[in-house]
Ligand binder design. Structure first.
Ligand SMILES: *Cc1c(COP(=O)(O)O)cnc(C)c1O
Length: 436
């Protein structure tokens, strides 16, 4: 053990990590053993769940053959969708490379279930940025608002709890679908546990049994033992270049839900009358399937990375959301620096640690749709993949970075250590070991 530690320290040193940073981080890691052991157990359960679904559905080599053209009778596509349905505990699933991203999957879910005159309700506050244009909160070409679908929102209370009275009041005869975002995304509210989502759904269904409950499951898959579809959600939706793609999926989105919900979604994705029957997979089925197989392990690594970072930056006195001890329901970590230089240094570290584009220096830029400059760090095998180690944030108070991912715990760890190294090099922080 001693020898490994010594070699590791030398290795890290040759990779730019100074002794004070290495020792500071090692000490933090030492204190996380029990926590990590529990994460290993959750991952083991989820691995079994995924493996069982693959065996039960007789996944075979023939499933990986590419289809072209219409893609009729694509056995790999059909098998993968059955596997997803089993993993998420739903009647049916739509898992397609033709779903271009998470926003597309969510827009598809909303646009397929809602009809003119219906109302959409978000009982958990403002949805993810990109959905504002889908819904029409920010006017956009083709939004739900243009089709006469109205929107209502009930914010969480200041302490992060549900506004039960407000929700009961907002439900009305027009309410057709309730959208619940599991992850806090780029907001400072708490992420919702599957248990809390279950309580919210039960409350809503008690008052309006025919309302559809949809969960934006982005970044939440495999973090817990169960998924929101196992506590009453009619539809769960997510992106394959986040958790369930396991870092291998090059594109895609998924919807898992009731037979009726998935049928409506399939008729919207392709065409009325065609539904799930068409959609060639062009050879991606094997990576989508293998990615799902790896996903519980990949999510485990990302989760450990998030907790490691929370404990490091928490110990240094920064506000970290969630904090180092809180239970986790997604893989996102927020660190507030209140200092543009430190925020930039953090992102430089994440970038420098990447397997791809490690030589690039991230710089803040004017990104469309944002009111402040945004800095981003990512060096990914799959472009834009945020299950791979990545960080970003708007350059304004509180100068917070949101960071997530890491295909392996070892890489997430090195990335976070490199971020601390860059911050250490600014001379603005002290590490206790420095004096030794
Ligand atoms: C990432 C994300 C989305 C949108 O997914 P894209 O693939 O970026 O379009 C929606 N909701 C949440 C909570 C997300 O994290």
């Amino acid at each position: 053990m001693k020898e490994e530690k010594q070699i590791l320290e030398e290795y890290y040193e040759s990779m730019g990590i100074s002794k004070p940073v290495f020792r500071f981080c090692s000490k933090i890691e030492e204190g996380l053993k029990e926590r990590f052991a529990r994460i290993d157990e959750v991952a083991e359960c989820n691995q079994m769940k995924v493996l069982k679904a693959m065996r039960d559905n007789r996944l075979s080599e023939a499933c990986f053959a590419p289809t072209t053209g219409y893609g009729y009778n694509d056995i790999g596509r059909e098998t993968l969708e059955k596997i997803y349905a089993d993993v998420f505990g739903t009647e049916n699933a739509l898992v397609r490379p033709q779903i271009t991203c998470g926003t597309h999957a969510l827009a598809l879910a909303l646009m397929s279930q809602l009809r003119p005159g219906d109302e959409l309700l978000s009982p958990v506050g403002k949805p993810y940025d990109t959905l504002e244009e889908v819904i029409g909160i920010r006017p956009s070409n083709g939004s739900l608002a243009e089709y006469g679908i109205t929107y209502r929102q009930v914010d969480l209370l200041p302490d992060g709890s549900f506004d039960w009275d407000g929700i009961a009041e907002a439900l009305n005869e027009k309410t057709k679908l309730v959208t619940i975002q599991r992850s806090k995304g780029y907001a400072s509210r708490p992420t919702l546990s599957v248990k809390r989502i279950g309580e919210l759904i039960a409350f809503i269904k008690e008052r309006k049994p025919d309302v559809l409950c949809m969960v934006d499951n982005c970044y939440g898959e495999f973090v817990e033992l169960t998924e929101p579809s196992e506590v009453g959600a009619d539809l769960v939706v997510g992106s394959l270049i986040k958790n369930p793609g396991g870092g291998l999926a090059p594109i895609g989105g998924y919807l898992c839900g009731t037979k009726e919900c998935i049928e409506r979604a399939a008729y919207r994705l392709t065409s009325p009358g065609l539904g799930k029957e068409v959609g060639a997979t062009l050879g991606v089925t094997s990576t989508l399937t293998q990615g799902l197989f790896l996903a519980p392990t990949v999510v485990k690594g990302a989760l450990k990375g998030a907790i490691f970072a929370a404990n490091i930056y928490g110990a240094l006195g920064y506000t970290v959301i969630p904090d180092g001890k809180e239970s986790r329901h997604d893989i996102i970590q927020e660190v507030e620096f209140h200092d543009p230089e430190l925020m930039t240094a953090f992102c430089e570290g994440i970038q420098a640690a990447a397997p791809v584009d490690s030589f690039v220096r991230p710089e803040p830029w004017d990104m469309p749709g944002y009111d402040a400059q945004v800095i981003m760090a990512a060096g990914a095998f799959v472009s834009g993949s945020s299950i791979e180690l990545s960080a970003d944030g708007p350059m304004k108070e509180p100068y917070a970075v949101y960071f997530q991912g890491g295909l392996t715990w070892e890489h997430a760890k090195y990335g976070i250590m490199t971020s601390l190294q860059k911050i250490y090099e600014t001379g603005k922080i002290q590490l206790e070991e420095q004096k030794a």
